[in-house]
Design a protein around this ligand. Structure first.
Ligand code: DC
Length: 231
């Protein structure tokens, strides 16, 4: 039996949570689930219907007409809309630009949460409110942060021309997603600004192992390091 249940990684856009979640899932041989894909699928459906994205009832009426399935496979997720694989169409500029408006609706959030709670543990999941709203009983919770400037740099490399534009877009996404961006009280918070991806992964694996070594499955605090703190 796996010593893990649900391992959550929350944090703002481009904080590295999906890369870290994927690496941790691979290291522990667990499936990884990306909750953002369901918000993207809801946005795809609403956009395709050409309805007012601010109209929650209209969005929900559209969602109810469709069957959306999230298949957590080890190297990513596939999303099927009425049986057709739409995964490759979920990261367009159009969906990027509208997803925050759709994700703001409480009933859309419940729709996504219901889909996610159907996935059988153990798994690793990334999102914004996985450790607070969707899986408050998760076995292990992490909250990754990074400054907008560092996140922009990770997105576009060192190209100065794009850097300010991307940092601006990231700050805008933070403001739009602010409501969901609240760390769980029992999450281990990691400021990834000074860390490489490998270092964040090593820190998380060490925290997971230390917790199981000290008390199997008990929700104890992770180790405290220069870059990790309880929040
Ligand atoms: O992680 P992502 O970029 O694929 O997420 C897409 C959008 O979905 C993001 O702008 C905010 C929203 N989202 C959310 O509100 N709550 C989540 N748990 C995951 C994503």
């Amino acid at each position: 039996m796996s010593p893990y249940g649900v391992i959550t990684f929350d944090g703002p856009a481009a904080s590295g949570k999906s890369s870290v979640a994927q690496r941790i899932a691979a290291a522990l041989d667990l499936p990884v689930v990306s909750s953002g894909l369901l918000y993207r699928a809801a946005t795809l459906i609403a956009e395709g219907a050409q309805i007012d994205l601010d109209d929650e009832e209209a969005v929900m009426a559209r969602l109810r007409r469709h069957d959306v399935e999230l298949e957590p496979v080890h190297d990513g997720n596939r999303v099927r809309l009425d049986g057709a694989d739409v995964t490759e169409t979920l990261h367009t500029d159009e969906v990027d630009g509208s997803v925050s408006a759709v994700a703001r609706h409480p009933r859309v959030r419940s729709w996504v949460s219901e889909h996610l709670r159907r996935v059988a543990p153990p798994f690793v999941i990334d999102g914004r409110d996985m450790g607070t709203v969707v899986f408050p009983e998760a076995s292990d919770k992490f909250y990754l942060t990074a400054s907008p400037e560092v996140r922009a740099k990770r997105r576009v490399g060192e190209r100065a021309a794009d850097l300010e534009r991307v940092a601006h877009a990231i700050r805008r996404r933070d403001a739009l997603d602010a409501h969901q961006l609240v760390p769980a009280n029992d999450a281990q918070r990691i400021d990834t600004d000074p860390l490489t991806l490998d270092e964040v992964v090593a820190l998380v694996l060490e925290a997971l192992r230390a917790r199981r070594a000290s008390s199997v499955g008990a929700p104890t605090a992770g180790p405290t390091t220069d870059h990790a703190e309880e929040c």
